[in-house]
Design a protein around this ligand. Structure first.
Ligand SMILES: [Mn+2]
Length: 341
């Protein structure tokens, strides 16, 4: 195991039951065995894919292709297109191949949250994830789940290193992109010595950070301007900073709903315990992205409102026309007591 020790406290769910244990479920050898047995492997991520999700898909795909050249391995989904040229595009896969495949979910907690619903038709399943397991989101197959990890990219990288798999440069750079973004460039809760150990190993595999991170982090002027707009239109109520956006706010900047609703972290500049970005889509359904600073956890509140995520970064939705939804969430967050994680 070397430097890669398992976390001391874990929370895992199997068969719909929650189990507190000293170790997470680590079906590592079973996953490796099934990889070896499967001629076709498909790799899936969540809707509105971010760099961690896409990086894990490309990273795992390239690791499997390099180590098992006889297999067909595909990353399925829209990915992060601005990285396709610097890293690699995702794949087009036939329904037939999906049905034959061993489906590996990365950075996503259950089949229902996978971007492409064809995942349901796959032959067998496994997942690598760092979201908090939600008892209502049943997943009962092979899994490596560590909710305390800041990125899923770390889990994939450690899986490869522990099993002495070759990690090509492309895979290392894809995983590094995910680790950098999910950790807020090594700032967010969950960043620890293991993060840096795995990043060091990825650098040994050839990561070139400058030309990669300039694509990952540089933003078009319209996005940078809209970040200022969000801050200017933010409000603070008690311990909660928030901003409410509708299409009338983001469309004039030339931003899509997806782009606008992904900017919650900008509110983290405000000195509050919680921050929330409410973004209405073109139909009026509202995506709620909530964040907090330890020791105030937002994940239980997100779950209470039908969503989920990580302890300090989670999300849910408000239905069109539910004006009380905004206040209920802000009130619920203001009522949260500091917690042990
Ligand atoms: Mn992630």
């Amino acid at each position: 195991m070397g430097a890669f020790s398992l976390p001391k406290n874990g929370f895992a769910i199997r068969g719909g039951k929650s189990i507190l244990s000293y170790f997470m479920f680590q079906d590592e050898s079973a996953i490796l065995t099934r990889i070896k047995e499967s001629p076709v492997i498909t790799i899936w991520g969540h809707g509105l894919p971010d760099e961690d999700c896409y990086g894990c898909q490309i990273g795992l795909r390239e690791i499997l292709r390099a180590n098992f050249p006889d297999k067909k391995v595909y990353a399925v989904g829209t990915g992060v297109p601005r990285l396709f040229k610097r890293l690699a595009p995702t794949d087009v896969v036939s329904d037939e191949e999906v049905r034959e495949s061993f489906a590996i979910l990365v950075d996503v907690s259950c089949l229902r949250r996978v971007e492409d619903p064809r995942v349901f038709t796959a032959k067998s399943f496994a997942k690598f994830d760092h979201h908090m397991p939600n008892p209502e989101e049943y997943f009962d197959d092979l899994m490596i789940v560590e909710p305390k990890r800041v990125s899923c990219g770390e889990l994939i990288a450690e899986f490869a290193f522990r099993n002495h798999l070759k990690v090509p440069k492309l895979a290392a750079e894809a995983l590094y992109s995910g680790i950098c973004t999910d950790s807020g460039r090594f700032e967010f809760y969950g960043t620890n010595a293991d993060t840096f150990r795995v990043v060091a190993k990825l650098f040994d595999c050839g990561v070139v950070p400058d030309t990669l991170l300039s694509i990952v982090f540089q933003e078009e002027a319209k996005v940078v301007h809209f970040r200022s707009y969000i801050l200017e239109h933010s409000k603070v109520e008690g311990k909660v900073a928030y901003c409410r956006l509708t299409k009338e706010d983001y469309l004039p900047f030339g931003l899509t709903f997806e782009e606008a609703s992904g900017l919650a972290t900008v509110l983290g500049a405000l000195k509050t315990e919680f921050y929330v970005l409410f973004t209405a889509d073109l139909e009026g359904e509202v995506r709620v992205e909530m964040r907090s600073h330890a020791p105030y956890a937002v994940q239980p509140t997100a779950m209470e409102f039908g969503g989920g995520g990580h302890l300090y970064a989670a999300g849910c939705s408000i239905h069109k026309g539910d004006e009380n939804g905004y206040d209920s969430i802000i009130r619920a967050l203001n009522a949260i007591e500091p917690s042990e994680d």
